[in-house]
Design a protein around this ligand. Sequence first.
Ligand code: SF4
Length: 404
Amino acid sequence: MNSPVGIYLSVPFCKAKCSFCNFASDAFGTARMDAYVDRLCREIAGSRETAERRGAMLPREADSVYFGGGTPSLLSADQFRRIFASLRGAFDLADDAEMTLECAPGQLAEETLEELLRQGVNRVSLGVQSFVDREAQAVGRLHTRAMCESEITRLQRAGVREVGLDLIAGLPHQTEESWKISLEAALATGVTHVSVYMLEVDEESRLGREVIAGGSRYGAASVPSEDEAVAWYEAGCDLLNVGGLLQYEISNFAREGHRSRHNIKYWRRLPYIGFGLDAHSMLPQGGDAVRFQNVDDLDTYMSDDATGPLAVLPQGKAPEPERIDREAAFEESLFLGLRLVEGVSLDALREQFGEAMVASVMPSVAEVSEAGLLAMEGERIRLTARGRMASNEVFSRLLIPTAV
Ligand code: SF4
């Protein structure tokens, strides 16, 4: 892992909480945001000390920076200036670094946008979720289709090199026709990147809890069935591919040459470090790697008593760092690599992990291929379209049977 590091910054603030959202984010006042930025800057400044404590190697060069959230576009120009000063103090940002900002339509001040462009931000990912106003409003989004379209035009005209957007299949009130409207609207904007997610139904969101327990306050009764959402998702993949946004990962589509460098690091197991609430990191450690994550409770994260001024992790409150040994690294390479449409090179796996490790999963690979979920092409394996919809099942069937 002698690659430059990718940097993720978590900004867990939103204007309002969307009903489907299961992230560690919420609506807070501006004073909290300012204190959070200070905390983030201290964490960045202490990152080398943190890596050392983990016995991990933290590359000095960084070639991607990703502000995720939450709604990081709510930060002010001055707050971004402080964060970038900290980043430039702790890392050498590559001249061609990819720098991405997640943004909610209508929630990026002009002064902030100008500062971000000065700092080198070249990608904006807009949380559109749906171009159909009724669907967006039902889940608490604060924008309309018209606002999304004018935001995209504004960003393109301002010189943001890459403008992308997110969509969700399975929202309340969504139908086959309305889903198609969102996809066609996305294509018509000329964005270079689209991420498509399925609505996640779990106990972590208001809508998810209502779908599980029943009720009508958040529109659970209007949520389409999982089978419908899967069918629309598959149709959406075809429509985007035909429109020139080519699928390169289970949830991600890009025009030629516009894939997300930062997100590809996750799937290729390249080093990344996360700062802020609930941020995750993976760094080289000897011949292996170590994964660690920050706490997901804002008060704990903010508490210097718990952390010390330069510490990243409130000791004893975040999950223990996880050392990724050779066997775990092999499984990760296989499963994360299979998320990419190009799949995984068995020769590359053999070179990195040895023949015995690869041979140990080949019977399962053959079995899953026969079931039509995996395709073997020469020395590469990749998920089929059906396999992409059942990726968790595929991964569990490919687990190494016993230690090699
Ligand atoms: S979906 Fe995005 S904007 Fe909505 S609450 Fe979650 S993080 Fe905030």
